[in-house]
Design a protein around this ligand. Structure first.
Ligand code: PBG
Length: 326
């Protein structure tokens, strides 16, 4: 039988291709991760993530301004904390004079229309390099929750718009939400790292913060990369506990997880295109093995096509610079 359907007709010209394009990336859907260090006039490149830096606040303000001028207005900040400020309990995370909290305040004063997201977990502040409190070699859920709640309240009081619990302790979203609400912080949103996998792709991030675990790995709290249905259990819990966004992390090796959460939940789905995923492309592009801009747009499009409404990505600024409304 003659086939009347010729899909190539709708690929014939650039204009038609654009007209029937199903997925569109927007600068406004991106959140750009930035690493903060204490001090002044500092901008140190992360060796395993070229073109990404540990910024002191003065330098970071300039960087944020240049992003804002490109229409990129959402940022997630991570602190690189000096070893001598780290302890078993991560107490510096909510200390009065914490440079990260001060920076959030200053950034929101300078750029009230920016959206500032934080990270809630012990690892940048922990002498053990774990997301929770370590006792006798085990990460203890119950000892960790009150610390996460203190961190959350301090970050909300500093003016953060979105809090990002990345620690994977059980029950932390509800615990944090209750603590926030009891401190009149009802307005601050929670983007839960819902399906966060025990991934090898976090390497450059841990280099940036010098936050790798001192012993063992994170497999007793981060998810097994082989599991999909378990992500639905995590998502149902975070949803019930009041999360405003559900996040999948990493993104590229977990597109099926993004898709399944999008199909099953009616709140925004976010995906974290993590440091190792960015580093792979940056390294290949440096060798001339891949076209950076084209491969970047294709990667980001796949994450959005899979179902991510919001994308956290080290590519955000370079995407914004392309100036395409793709
Ligand atoms: C900390 C945290 C990590 C990342 C975000 N928050 C690292 C980890 O869990 O070890 C990774 C982000 C990236 O690789 O870009 N809890």
């Amino acid at each position: 039988m003659f086939n009347f359907r010729h899909p190539r007709r709708l690929r014939a010209t650039e204009t038609i291709r654009q007209q029937v394009q199903e997925t569109h990336l927007r600068v406004s859907q991106f959140i750009y991760p930035l690493f903060l260090v204490d001090g002044k006039n500092t901008q140190i490149e992360v060796a395993s993530l070229p073109n990404n830096y540990r910024w002191s606040l003065d330098k970071m303000l300039i960087e944020i301004e240049s992003c804002m001028n490109l229409g990129l207005k959402s940022f997630v900040l991570f602190p690189a904390v000096a070893e001598e400020l780290k302890d078993k309990w991560g107490t510096y995370s909510y200390a009065e004079d914490n440079f990260y909290l001060k920076a959030i305040r200053t950034i929101k004063e300078c750029f009230p229309e920016s959206c500032i997201m934080t990270d809630i977990a012990l690892d940048p502040y922990s002498s053990d390099g774990h997301d929770g409190v370590v006792e006798h070699g085990k990460i203890v859920n119950e000892l960790t929750l009150p610390i996460l709640a203190k961190m959350a309240v301090a970050q909300a009081q500093a003016g953060a718009d979105i809090l990002g619990p990345s620690d994977m302790m059980d029950g932390r979203v509800g615990y944090i939400r209750a603590a926030l609400d009891s401190q009149q912080q009802q307005q601050v949103a929670i983007m839960s790292y819902t399906a966060k996998y025990a991934s090898a792709f976090y390497g450059p991030f841990r280099d940036a913060l010098n936050s790798a675990p001192k012993m063992g790995d994170k497999k007793t709290y981060q998810m097994n990369p082989a599991n999909k249905r378990e992500a639905l259990i995590e998502a149902a819990l975070d949803y019930q506990e009041g999360a405003d966004y559900l996040m999948v992390k990493p993104a590229l090796a977990y597109l099926d997880i993004i898709h399944i959460l999008k199909e099953n939940f009616d709140i925004p789905i976010a995906a974290y295109n993590v440091s190792g995923e960015a580093a792979m492309l940056i390294a290949a592009a440096q060798r001339g093995w891949l076209n950076y801009d084209k491969a970047m747009v294709e990667m980001l499009t796949s994450i959005h096509r899979a179902g991510a409404d919001v994308i956290l990505s080290y590519f955000a600024k370079d995407f914004a610079k392309l100036g395409i409304s793709y």
